[in-house]
Design a protein around this ligand. Sequence first.
Ligand code: TRP
Length: 328
Amino acid sequence: MKQRVFSGARPTGKQHIGNYLGAIQNYVALQEEYDCIYCIVDVHALTSLESTDRLQEDINEMMLDWLAAGLDPQKSILFVQSHVPEVMELHTLLSMVTPLGWLLRVPTFKEKARMQPQNVNYGLVGYPVLMTADIVLYKAEVVPVGEDQLPHLELAREIARRFNSMFAPTFPEPQAKLTSFPLVLGLDGVQKMGKSYNNYIELAATSEETLERVMTAVTDPARQYRSDPGHPEICNVFSLQHFFNINRVEEIAAECRSAGIGCVDCKKLLARGINSALEPFRERRIALEAKHQLVVEVLSDGARRAQVIAKETLAEVKERMGLLQRAV
Ligand code: TRP
């Protein structure tokens, strides 16, 4: 039997090339070897959203990107967290076996509390418990995540272990599967590419928008004049060439060092590389977008399939915790 993979991602709307290289590409590849479940975690998003006005639109756009990128509802279960409410029940039950001290020590909790001091809500403390519930509800064994999620995964294993030893062996201890991808920097060359820094290129952008965005990218700051030699090893635009112009990387580096090409030339090459790599994705996305009910159908079918597994696990958990009524 194939091992089960589970991963979740917050609904961040249209995905960018950092999401693709760091996560989506990996999700797609895992479909061939594992039994995969991928979830858009809308309830987790509520722990730090200022407004929920865009939530449904963000879920829709994100799912379109996932589908266009090759996540296949025939192979994987694709669903939205809140559509399978059993996870919230399991969250509550797991919270009873999770020492508060474990949660208060989680580095992401401390960071969130610092970043949103006006909104240190109860859900934020329970964030890793909900994440554990996501994973163990489906008895997932493998969890593809970025490095930032390792403390959460460690906690998920501890909670699973504790439940297993307090009641009966029920959950596999989930293993993190790190994406082998290096950090993708944003166009500013400083931060990780991310929605909050406005330093990203959307997968679904047009060729013109892509070129425009790439032109704003920061390059080697020491290179002020076209005739100055460049330093590709410290240049952010050059590092993106690795992903999109792999066959020409050496040539571009040499031309940059000798000032044979300027930063504008280099950016044009990069934009062209991105546009040709993403052309098939963009065509698929436009076609998918035209099918109006598609995302709704995919998500309701995904939720239905996920719920079958969820109900089974939850019944088992309740039975082990003594919550099932029986004649006395
Ligand atoms: N915490 C993850 C993040 O912020 C998202 C997430 C929620 C998740 N539940 C999960 C990831 C379960 C993996 C497995 O990126």
